[in-house]
Ligand binder design. Structure first.
Ligand code: DX5
Ligand code: ZN
Length: 235
């Protein structure tokens, strides 16, 4: 059974992370993405505690919402105690909120609260955290975000063993008869997007490879094409 979001979006999809955008022209950068066919926009919120970097909060998510009124805003909270802030991000226009299993001792309750707000729920897992840490949460989520870098910064190298986590998640999803989407986050670009999609990833986050390109439109087309080629042998 496919996820209800599959009715509105086709997967695999590319979700540009605006962490790598030019903040003097955020609206234009986002529009360049939507005009190139992007429907998912990934927003990286960092608190300087859970991860060693501070990025932005709900004000920027709200600006992204105004720049892409029809876009699907995928908000990745790399913050401790995310339950305190989910209302703010819901108001800012998030469609999906992802929280880290390592950042919240009461994550089951937080996922319930996200659902209560009428939003989709995601759980993210760091490269060093075993998949078993999220096993009991899988029936409670719409998306699992597999971190393929240690979170905190854009532009890092893809951790290859993340693909094994994807493969195991796909097996679990089948055995548990669930339909959550699988996202990969960090280090994705033209050189590996085909392999990432071939592993069965539904949502591929790409920050520096999109916003660092001279021609964003051309780069986005390339990433979409490679993702579709990669996924073409999946059943
Ligand atoms: C890492 C963030 C990622 C990151 C992706 O902490 O969660 O979303 O910005 O950026 P690239 O594609 O540059 O690795
Ligand atoms: Zn992210």
């Amino acid at each position: 059974m496919s996820h209800p979001l599959s009715k509105n979006y086709s997967f695999p999809t590319i979700a540009p992370s605006i962490l790598a955008a030019d903040y003097t022209r955020l609206g234009e950068d986002i529009k360049a993405c939507t005009e190139a066919g992007v429907s998912w926009i990934h927003c990286d919120v960092m608190d300087g505690h859970f991860v060693p970097n501070i990025s932005y909060g709900s004000l920027v998510v709200e600006a992204a919402r105004r720049s892409a009124p029809e876009g699907f805003l995928d908000v990745h909270l790399m913050i401790y105690n995310p339950d305190r802030y989910i209302n703010d991000f819901a108001k800012a226009g998030a469609n999906l909120i992802t929280v880290h299993v390592e950042a919240d001792p009461h994550i089951h309750r937080t996922l319930g609260a996200i659902k209560e707000l009428g939003l989709y729920r995601g759980v993210a897992i760091n490269p060093g955290t075993p998949l078993t840490a999220i096993e009991e949460l899988l029936p409670e989520v719409d998306l699992v975000c597999v971190m393929s870098v240690n979170p905190g910064f854009g532009g890092q190298k893809f951790i290859q063993s993340s693909l094994q986590k994807i493969e195991r998640l796909i097996t679990w999803r089948k055995h548990m008869d669930l339909n959550f989407l699988i996202e990969i986050d960090g280090g994705a670009g033209p050189g590996n997007v085909e392999d990432i999609a071939a592993a069965g990833t539904d949502v591929i986050v790409a920050g520096s490879s999109v916003f660092g390109a001279n021609d964003k439109n051309e780069q986005i087309q390339k990433l979409f094409q490679k993702a579709i080629i990669g996924s073409s042998n999946l059943t």
